[in-house]
Design a protein. Sequence first.
Length: 102
Amino acid sequence: MEDLSYRFSSDLWLWTSGKGTAWHFLTLPVDDADHIRFFSAHLQRGFKSLRVSVTIGDTQWKTSIFPSTERQSYILPVKKTVRQSENIGVGDTVDVFMKILN
């Protein structure tokens, strides 16, 4: 069985809608995204999302990653409680450990 765990660093960025909604994301490295696409297609859920377990610093949580055509990779949402507890903001480089879940 293929290891579906990944360690990477990425810059935190902000996406805002025209309605004032804002989301914070990290973009996965393209090589990791290619690996994930190849080995995880059978695990995809709605919108081709994948369930993941994520660790940033001392904070661990479960969420989903989503494919982004614009970024040609997957994007990982980072919720406010994680950003606050790890003291990270837009533009910060973040070290991530992530595992694809079944």
